[in-house]
Design a binder for this molecule. Structure first.
Ligand code: HOZ
Length: 435
């Protein structure tokens, strides 16, 4: 058992200051138990806790750190920008550079607006869609997570799922009634919803690759089908690419699947670990935003120069040839390594992966929606999580989150991870084995 005395002491203190000791629920280790590691440093593929333990990190701050921790270009950009001023609440050149880099990679964002988080991006995009269409209802998919704005906390993934509150207290019933939920990968249900609420649905919001209920891949044709149904019914399509944007490819999932959404939400990678989000899309829709239009949206820290400079530095690095090939090679090495271990040990563990995102489910069923996700064994995941943490590998502390590989991971890190998984699965009393 590694020493976690300092983490424990700090976390006890934090519990006197923050509800549950944290500033975002999943960090509390509530669903896996044990003491959350208080992290003091990150470098490349590793994080270091207050007791001096180090871990190969696959949380990557929940996705933003595609270049690993403290990448020199990002750190330099932050230092330089901060030296010139941490915030102006006025236009600045860094936001222009970052917007250009985003639009170059994702041309569907003809106009965009920066905000401070993915939650804000989704919340604002939905307001815009409602105003543009003059309709009030929104269709989302069960287990997808679009931040914690009221309208989106209906059968939500991520922390909502982890803590069994996918539909949060405090959300007015009248508001929740405007959010319709369909099962992921079920285009027929989308059709039915549009029939039932004819002329009332403003938009469909979807994670093109669902990554907040573990990793659930879209089935062939599903996304195009959703877009076709929405457009046939004069509704807009919002791609929530907060996780997939610049992660699975430079142009995000929309580029990989060749689909152009009306609006796109971004976050995570575009801020390189600094608070930043964005939403954007068709110019005729975006022009409805104040001050050009009548949809209000604002933020003191929107387009913050330090966050914008960090994001721009990261996106410049991601333009270098071979970056995504390298991420794919690392992802595939991890997946193959894990699958060898799983086969050798006859463990009921499924590995899903797209590029540098992976999801692990203790189940023998094919996972394609929230119902099948919930059939997986979350208790087995919790034991596995701790067995790996003990061996210096940090996965997300929830069965319903995903893992992220960065360019800073080496093939040796991947091999060490595979070895740790073999040891963890061999040692666990409760390994579920194929019968
Ligand atoms: N909602 C985030 C994961 N999908 C967790 C954010 C955090 O705890 O930092």
């Amino acid at each position: 058992m590694s020493e976690v005395r300092r983490s424990r002491r700090l976390f006890e203190h934090a519990q006197t200051l923050f509800p549950g000791g944290v500033n975002s629920p999943v960090r509390a280790f509530g669903s896996v138990g044990g003491t959350p590691r208080v992290l003091v440093r990150g470098e490349g593929p590793r994080v270091y806790d207050a007791d001096g333990n180090s871990y190969i990190d696959y949380v990557a701050s929940w996705g933003p750190l595609i270049l690993g921790h403290s990448h020199p270009s990002v750190v330099r950009a932050i230092e330089r920008a901060a030296a010139d001023g941490t915030s102006f609440g006025a236009p600045n050149p860094h936001e222009i550079e970052l917007a250009e880099l985003i639009r170059e990679a994702m041309p569907s964002l003809e106009l965009l607006r920066f905000v401070s988080s993915g939650t804000e991006a989704c919340m604002s995009a939905i307001r815009l869609a409602r105003a543009y269409t003059g309709r009030e209802m929104v269709l989302k998919f069960a287990g997808c997570y679009h931040g914690h704005a009221d309208a989106m906390l209906v059968q939500a993934g991520s922390g909502g799922l982890t803590f069994g509150v996918p539909s949060s207290a405090g959300v007015p019933a009248a508001l929740a009634a405007l959010t319709i939920v369909a099962p992921y990968n079920d285009a027929k249900a989308v059709e039915r919803a549009f029939r039932e609420h004819d002329g009332k649905i403003a938009c469909v919001i979807v994670e093109p690759i669902a990554a907040n209920m573990g990793l659930v891949l879209p089935e062939r044709g599903f996304l195009q089908h959703v877009v076709d149904i929405a457009h046939r019914n004069d509704a807009l399509v919002i791609f929530d690419e907060v996780i997939t944007g610049f992660r699975i490819a430079h142009g995000g999932a929309q580029n990989v699947y060749g689909i152009t959404p009306d609006l796109t939400c971004l976050g995570k990678i575009i801020g390189a670990g600094m608070p930043a989000g964005a939403f954007g899309g068709r110019a005729d829709i975006m022009r409805r935003l104040a001050p050009s239009g009548d949809v209000y949206q604002a933020g003191t820290l929107s387009g913050n120069p330090v966050a914008m400079a960090a994001g721009a530095a990261q996106l410049r690095e991601l333009r270098a040839p071979g970056v995504y090939d390298r991420l794919e090679a690392l992802g595939s090495a991890l997946q193959e390594g894990l699958q060898r271990v799983i086969a050798d040990l006859r463990t009921q563990l499924c590995v899903y992966r797209v590029g540098s995102i992976f999801g692990l489910f203790f189940t023998k069923e094919h996972v394609h929606d929230l119902a099948t996700v919930l059939q997986s064994d979350a208790k087995a995941y919790a034991q596995f999580f701790h067995a790996l943490l003990e061996r210096g590998v940090a996965l997300a502390p929830s069965a319903y989150e995903v893992g992220f590989i960065s360019t800073a991971h080496s093939t040796a890190d991947i091999q060490d991870t595979v070895d740790a998984v073999r040891a963890a699965l061999s040692s666990r009393g409760a390994v579920t084995t194929a019968s």
